[in-house]
Design a protein around this ligand. Structure first.
Ligand SMILES: [Zn+2]
Ligand SMILES: [Zn+2]
Length: 165
């Protein structure tokens, strides 16, 4: 076993938008800065005011909680996401929609509306925890972006292809 500090040597990281955009870019386990710059390039070199995580529903990176500094919020987000990939061993199939970030991308024309809408199919395919035997209703933009928590996710890897368009 590698020592924890060496775990990055054998890790190959990937772009967070591998599913959404089909981006094939890969990175070494120590290339966090190149990875971060690459992610930002997908966002037109702009820091989103509000985003979640591409792997878990535990964190929200709202710049209001970082003194209004979108750069600080996004920096912390990228540290968090990077550790999912390099420390937790998440793979492309584990990617989940970060609707807050996707909305930011839609609002600026980086993804078309139908791509955003297509990612909603991910939620529709999940079991509804409140209604046994039923599936989740399609996400409503209002509820996604109005609540403190992002939509509930299924277990990791259970949805390997939520990008429909
Ligand atoms: Zn990419
Ligand atoms: Zn996370």
């Amino acid at each position: 076993m590698d020592a924890p500090e060496n775990h990055g040597d054998n890790v190959q990281a990937f772009c967070e938008f591998a599913q959404l955009l089909g981006c094939p870019e890969t990175f070494g386990g120590h290339e966090v800065e190149r990875w971060r710059a690459h992610i930002l390039s997908h966002l037109g070199e702009q820091w989103p005011q509000d985003s979640g995580c591409s792997f878990c529903s535990k964190r929200r990176f709202d710049s209001d909680k970082y003194g209004g500094r979108a750069r600080a919020a996004f920096h912390e987000r990228s540290e968090h996401v990077w550790l999912h990939i390099t420390r937790d061993g998440k793979v492309v199939e584990d990617l989940q929609p970060d609707y807050r970030l996707f909305k930011f991308m839609r609002d600026r024309g980086f993804i078309p509306e139908r791509t955003l809408q297509g990612t909603f199919q991910y939620a529709v395919s999940l079991p509804n925890p409140d209604r046994p035997g039923e599936l989740m209703a399609p996400p409503q933009l209002q509820s996604i972006y109005g609540d403190d928590e992002v939509v509930p996710y299924s277990s990791p890897g259970s949805q390997s292809a939520w990008r429909r368009y």
